[in-house]
Design a protein around this ligand. Structure first.
Ligand code: ATP
Ligand code: MG
Length: 328
């Protein structure tokens, strides 16, 4: 079991999105976004390129999903780079030039609740839609899923998981724990098996190693061959208080609730307090989500006692009041 989430470690997400190789759609609406040069002119290609720009379809949909995420500019930039690459590859192919396959294994570094798992799941679906992965499912594992109890067991367990992940994303959380026990630990066998699988199943799956920045950096130092196998390294910085408030507003809206100005003020205070008290354990957006879910429960209890008979009405059903927002 995954101690943190209280769920099984291996989670597979079936992907309902149909595969599409259609890439001639813009991801960004204008080129005033800092993407200069060739990529921008491709990105803003409209009727001038003789191609129509569907208002729907996968790229437009993914852009909407990315826009829902606060911050994470590096992730948004990566998606744009991949878009540009696919687009240019297609043009190269049309021009009779070769288009080489690309390596997309990644390292995600960041504190708890900074969006690592969320982004990895989204990328799995996107990669499938872009035709880079055949299935786009997502398998999240941690040390206990990979490491066995006797010699040979670890390699077998790890290989089985890689096979399950073929066509999708294999996400190894707290990856540094694989190097925890040193040379004699079976964790090393898991790393070696993963590295071998990266060669054996080139381009058939994407491996993402995730963990806290310092620990991942230390982990990469334990094996000099590792960093170069992960050409994409992403930092997931802690969110600022303003970003956390923005994330909260998005979560509240999505759930069809609303916060009064005083509620927002109270939430901001709670975030500041929690950030100060648990400097190294602050769980960023997850803290916000937990506080809001608790507020929703508190609101339900409050409404039932305020309106023992009859409905409070739509407005009251939506409103989270400052007294609902508390951590105890
Ligand atoms: N940028 C964001 N915008 C909106 N919601 C976010 C953002 N980042 C994270 N969240 C939300 O915060 C919660 C925690 O995110 P997630 O599980 O992806 O964090 P994590 O980095 O994987 O954490 P951990 O290291 O503890 O596993 C999720 O509900 C997610 O939807
Ligand atoms: Mg996670």
């Amino acid at each position: 079991m995954n101690a943190r989430a209280g769920q099984p470690n291996v989670r597979e997400t079936a992907d309902a999105m149909r595969p599409s190789r259609q890439i001639n759609i813009i991801l960004r609406k204008s080129d005033s976004d800092g993407f200069g040069g060739a990529a921008s002119s491709i990105g803003t290609e409209t009727a001038s390129g003789g191609r129509t720009l569907p208002q729907h379809g996968p790229w437009a949909e993914w852009q909407r999903e990315l826009e829902k995420l606060t911050g994470l500019d590096n992730v948004k930039e990566l998606v744009y780079e991949i878009y540009a690459l696919l687009q240019v590859n297609q043009l190269r192919q049309e021009a009779g030039l070769q288009s080489l396959s690309h390596v997309y294994h990644m390292i995600f570094k960041g504190n708890p609740g900074t969006g690592k798992t969320t982004v990895a799941r989204l990328l799995a679906r996107m990669f499938q839609g872009m035709g880079l992965l055949s299935k786009g499912h997502f398998i999240e594992v941690e040390r206990a899923d990979l490491v066995g109890e006797y010699i040979g067991h670890t390699a077998q367990k790890t290989r089985d998981l890689v096979k399950k992940a073929l066509g999708g994303v294999l996400f190894v959380d707290e990856a540094y724990s694989l190097a925890r026990g040193g040379e004699k630990d079976f964790g090393k066998e898991a790393i070696d098996t993963l590295v071998k699988a990266m060669e054996d199943y080139k381009n058939q799956f994407v491996l993402i190693l995730a963990g806290y920045t310092l620990e991942i950096d230390a982990f990469l130092l334990t094996n000099p061959g590792l960093p170069s196998r992960f050409p994409i390294q992403m930092e997931f910085p802690d969110y600022s208080v303003d970003q956390l408030i923005q994330i909260a507003e998005g979560m509240v809206k999505e759930r069809e609730y609303a916060m009064l100005p005083q509620t927002l003020f109270k939430l901001r205070e709670l975030i500041l307090q929690e950030k100060a008290e648990s400097m190294y354990h602050f769980s960023n957006a997850r803290f916000v989500r937990n506080v809001l879910e608790r507020a929703i429960r508190n609101q339900a209890v409050r409404l039932l006692s305020q309106y023992p008979a009859g409905s409070p009405g739509r407005q009251e059903l939506m409103s989270l009041r400052p007294e609902d927002v508390r951590t105890n």
